[in-house]
Design a protein around this ligand. Structure first.
Ligand code: AMP
Length: 214
C-alpha cells in the first residue's frame, strides 16, 4: 500500500506515520529526517541541503526527488510505504506518480491532517526530537518520562534549529502556499481524505486508519 500524509509542520504527521507504519507493516519515510541525517553525517547531499533546511526553505526538487526515489527503491519498501513530508509541491507529486506508473503502481490514499496555524506555532515552539530514532516529544502535551531523554532509545533529546520562532514562520508560509495546490491535485484524483488533527493522538490515529481504509 502506498500512502501519503499531508499537513503543515507540527500537524502530527511524524507521530501518526510512525503508528500507522507499525500497524500496517509499511516503511515510514520522512524526507525532513533524511535531510537531517545527511546533514549530521556531513554527506554531499547534506551539504547541499543544509542552507535550505536551516532557513526553513524547501530543498530544490532535483535534490529532493532523487533522494526520495532512491529511498523508495530500498528493500524495506517491498510491502509499501507511508510518506511524511513528501510531496511538498506539484512537481514532486507529478514525478512520484510518474515513477510509480512506470512500475504499474499508484498512490492508494492521501490523508490531510488539518490543524490551525496558531496551534501549529504553539506545538513547534515546544517540540523536542530524538536524534537517534526520530521520536517526537512536546514539553507540555507529550513530555518524555525523564526530561531530555528519549523513552524509546535513551538518546539525549534536542530542539530542532528550524523550530525557532523566526524560522517557524517562514516554514509555515512556504508550506502553506504549496499545500493548497497539492490538496487540489489529490482531491481531483479521488485520493484525498481530511482528518481533524486537533484531538488526542489516539482519536486522530483511529480516524486516519478509517480514512485510509475507506
Ligand atoms: P520537515 O521535518 O518535514 O519539516 O522538513 C524539514 C526541512 O527539510 C524543510 O523545512 C525543508 O527544508 C526540507 N524538506 C523536507 N521535505 C522536503 C520536500 N519534500 N521538499 C523540499 N524540502 C523538504
Amino acid at each position: 500500500m502506498y500512502v501519503i500524509l499531508l499537513g503543515l509542520p507540527g500537524a502530527g504527521k511524524g507521530t501518526q506515520a510512525a503508528h500507522l507504519s507499525r500497524a500496517m507493516g509499511l516503511a515510514h519515510i520522512t524526507t525532513g529526517e533524511l535531510f537531517r541525517e545527511n546533514i549530521r553525517l556531513g554527506t554531499a547531499l547534506g551539504k547541499k541541503a543544509q542552507p535550505y533546511v536551516e532557513k526553513g526553505l524547501l530543498v530544490p526538487d532535483e535534490i529532493t526527488i532523487d533522494m526520495l526515489l532512491d529511498r523508495i527503491s530500498q528493500p524495506d519498501c517491498g510491502q509499501g510505504w507511508i510518506l511524511d513530508g513528501f510531496p511538498r509541491n506539484l512537481e514532486q507529486a507529478r514525478v512520484l506518480d510518474g515513477a510509480l506508473a512506470q512500475h504499474s503502481k499508484a498512490i492508494d490514499r492521501v490523508a490531510y491532517i488539518k490543524v490551525r496555524t496558531e496551534e501549529l506555532v504553539r506545538r513547534l515552539a515546544g517540540r523536542w526530537s530524538c536524534p537517534r530514532c526520530g521520536a517526537p516529544y512536546h514539553e507540555s502535551s507529550h513530555p518524555p518520562k525523564v526530561a531530555g531523554v528519549c523513552d524509546n532509545c535513551g538518546a539525549e533529546l534536542y530542539q530542532r534549529e528550524d523550530d525557532r520562532p523566526e524560522v517557524v514562520r517562514t516554514r509555515l508560509e512556504v508550506n502553506l502556499s504549496q499545500l493548497e495546490p497539492l490538496l487540489g491535485y489529490y482531491h481531483q484524483r479521488g485520493k484525498l481524505a481530511e482528518v481533524d488533527g486537533e484531538g488526542d493522538v489516539e482519536t486522530i490515529g483511529g480516524e486516519l486508519t478509517a480514512a485510509l481504509s475507506s
